[in-house]
Ligand binder design. Structure first.
Ligand code: CAA
Length: 384
């Protein structure tokens, strides 16, 4: 066992940190307040080789290992969860998924453009009546001559308003539950593809682009199917195994940002004639936060490492996502408290971390779902 990053991993970490500190963090607050995704960062992330990190160079990717991509998510998560969330979907749920399941033609058609940022990807699984219970999706697909025709509604689609390519899940036989689901690569200019902003304002991730997408007799060629007929649920779950490492790493980044902000604050802030960092109650909170961040980081790196070894990583990934998001929610809550009234104000970044982190505990499978995945590997699933 060794706990050192390789020179390549250290190099990508340094590149991601420099980018996050110089180009992402300084505009995060303004993007949050405007509710606008900083779209110019997409090209920059393409130039830096982050948009299709784990994809092989043959298809325009950077050939990074999974641990290398986790380091990028962590650094971006420290700066802005909206930008990290964009990348976890684009690179993890979409580009890596096409790399895993696509035909040679699909890879050549889409991966180089996803890698450069010319094309943005989104992942359309969630529906109004199918969130945690992904196998119950109501979107349908039928064959019509040399096409497939999709009908249905998807919500909470990250990057949905700006994407040129969507991975869409639909059922050709709803009675067959997950065995009836197929996956498709749908271009946003396909006839019958319609999208709009979600109603309401979100608690956090206010710079992220979340959309509702409607497929209204949306026609795609037969070559648009990703994976085999009826294999769509496995495509969806395997993609989420990539995406969830990205969320776990992003949560480690948020928790680290909370710790950094608190350490700086408690060294300066004075009450009762002393720095508040000299009070044991504050020290205990900081010590717990630091231990939690390290534990979450180790779980996350281990999940990525298992993927790099080609070993089963689903349970380890769910453990990392569960633990990292839970400790980051606590870190953000404690960070606001340690900052007192200042932490409650948009003048300090911990207020944004506190709002953003709740989303990581929900999307790509809530903490409840991660516990189900972990427990099923412990006790198995009873056939009913
Ligand atoms: N990799 C590959 N295959 C997998 C898998 C994985 N990680 N997990 C399950 N499967 C396979 C199983 O082996 C099984 O295959 P067989 O039929 O051959 O046995 C099949 O899929 C069905 O598995 P389950 O019986 O476990 O399925 P289930 O209906 O009980 O559901 C679940 C399991 C874990 C609860 C799943 O529904 C789930 O993960 N739900 C959460 C969905 C989710 O994360 N949604 C978020 C979407 S994305 C988002 O947040 C927004 C965005 O914009 C990104």
């Amino acid at each position: 066992m060794q706990f050192e990053l390789s020179p390549e991993q250290r190099a990508v970490q340094a590149r991601a940190r420099a980018f996050a500190e110089a180009e992402v963090a300084p505009i995060a607050r303004a993007a949050d307040e405007r509710g606008e995704f900083p779209i110019h960062l997409v090209r920059r992330m393409g130039e830096l080789g982050f948009l299709a990190g784990a994809v092989s160079p043959e298809y325009g990717g950077s050939g990074l290992d999974h641990l290398g991509t986790a380091l990028v998510y962590e650094e971006l998560g420290r700066a802005d969860s909206s930008v990290r969330g964009f990348l976890a979907v684009h690179a993890g749920l979409v580009a890596a998924c096409i790399d895993d399941w696509g035909t040679e033609e699909q890879k050549r058609r889409y991966l180089p453009r996803l890698a450069s940022g010319e094309l943005i990807g989104c992942y359309c699984l969630t529906e109004p009546n199918a969130g945690s219970d992904a196998a119950s999706i109501e979107a349908t697909v039928r064959e019509d001559g040399d096409s497939y025709v999709l009908d249905g509604e998807k919500i909470w689609i990250t990057n949905g308003g700006i994407a040129g390519l969507a991975i869409v899940f639909a059922s050709h036989d709803r009675a067959a539950r997950h065995k009836g689901i197929c996956a498709f690569l749908v271009e946003a200019d396909a006839p019958g593809f319609r999208r709009e902003r979600l109603p309401g304002q979100e608690l956090g991730h206010r710079a992220a682009d979340h959309a509702r997408i409607v497929f209204d007799g949306c026609r795609v060629p037969k070559s648009a199917m990703l994976g085999a007929p009826g294999e769509g649920f496995k495509v969806a779950m395997a993609a989420l195994d990539h995406g969830r490492v990205g969320v776990a790493a992003g949560a480690v980044g948020v928790a680290q940002a909370c710790l950094d902000a608190c350490v700086a604050f408690v060294r300066e802030r004075r009450q009762f004639g002393r720095r508040i960092g000299d009070f044991q109650m504050i020290q205990a909170q900081l010590a717990d936060m630091a231990a939690d961040v390290e534990a979450a980081r180790l779980l996350t790196y281990r999940a990525a490492w298992l993927k790099d070894q080609g070993r089963p990583a689903t349970q380890a990934t769910s453990m990392a996502k569960l633990f990292a998001t839970e400790i980051a929610v606590k870190a953000a809550s404690d960070a606001v408290l340690i900052h007192g009234g200042r932490g409650y104000s948009s003048q300090y970044p911990v207020e944004r971390y506190y709002r953003d982190i709740k989303g990581l505990q929900i999307y790509e499978g809530t903490s409840h779902i991660q516990r189900i995945v972990i427990a099923r590997e412990l006790v198995g699933k009873e056939e009913r």
